[in-house]
Ligand binder design. Structure first.
Ligand code: ADP
Length: 260
């Protein structure tokens, strides 16, 4: 885009309008660059599993009929990578629709109960403990499918990047319900911390790939919190642990009744 020549100090109305246009152009360029980056990152992420699938398909073609060991290895690898690609495309779709579609179906949700539900599923899969530290009820106004997805991302990350149990606590904070998900895992360095909510960002690409990570989970989590008018933040210390804090709007009591 072409910028308009303006003198920064000018009080002239035309110059000021020029400055405003230039700021608009900067914003447009920024979005354009982000989209370009997204497309290039996404292509790169999809290429990796495709390359693996292709090479194993070639192996099958050459050895599949004669060598049952290689046949087994190739089929398993192809299935694994296809599963990865499927997950990745689902996440990309979720991010794209989440960012565009800002309509949320809000209803009263019992956040701690949903967290317990998610924890139960993950505990089975990972065979690890998740402590949900509350017997109280914390009711928010939220979109059930999206809040479940948010819980899944945060709890699964806690399990993926630590070896110990996880703790989830709840409290009230002004007109928000505050949820904290804490682990005692590998933590995130100060340098990487500001980037964890960026799309495709991963601290350790090799490790994250092993754990099935794509770097989209937290970007999706942030989109979900944003559409609810909430906030998400993180504090972390390497080799000590990480805490994600989420604020979600509380279902407000009006005359003793919970607001719909
Ligand atoms: P991924 O699919 O790679 O887990 P996320 O967007 O969910 O992607 O997370 C981005 C990166 O942030 C991860 O690759 C990991 O390096 C880091 N991260 C996320 N959660 C945690 C955590 N609880 N402890 C340590 N690192 C984490």
């Amino acid at each position: 885009f072409n910028r308009i020549e303006v003198s920064e100090e000018s009080k002239d109305e035309l110059d000021q309008m020029g400055q405003t246009f230039n700021r608009m152009i900067e914003l447009l360029e920024c979005n354009y660059e982000k989209q370009q980056q997204f497309v290039s990152d996404a292509s790169h992420e999809l290429r990796t599993p495709l390359t693996v699938i292709e090479s194993y398909a070639n192996l099958l073609k050459r050895w599949g009929m004669t060598n049952p060991e290689r046949l087994k290895e190739a089929v398993e690898a192809i299935l694994e990578e296809s599963k990865r690609m499927k997950g990745l495309t689902q996440q990309m779709l979720s991010l794209a629709t989440g960012e565009q579609d800002r309509t949320v179906e809000l209803r009263k949700l019992e956040l701690s109960l949903l967290a317990q539900e998610t924890a139960r599923k993950l505990q089975q899969a990972y065979e690890r403990d998740i402590h949900i530290g509350t017997d109280e009820t914390y009711t928010i106004l939220g979109d059930e499918a999206r809040i479940k997805q948010l819980l899944f991302i945060l709890l699964e990350n806690g399990l993926k990047y630590s070896n110990d149990s996880l703790t989830v606590t709840f409290s009230h904070y002004n007109e928000f319900v505050q949820m904290e998900v804490s682990d005692q895992g590998i933590g995130i360095s100060e340098k990487d911390l500001p980037h964890v909510f960026e799309r495709f960002f991963r601290v350790d690409k090799a490790r994250s790939r092993q754990t099935g990570g794509s770097g989209l989970g937290l970007a999706i989590a942030k989109t979900i919190v944003d559409v609810h008018g909430g906030q998400i933040s993180v504090i972390s210390k390497e080799q000590v642990g990480t805490t994600f804090t989420v604020l979600l709007p509380m279902a407000i009591r009006k005359g003793g009744e919970l607001d719909e």
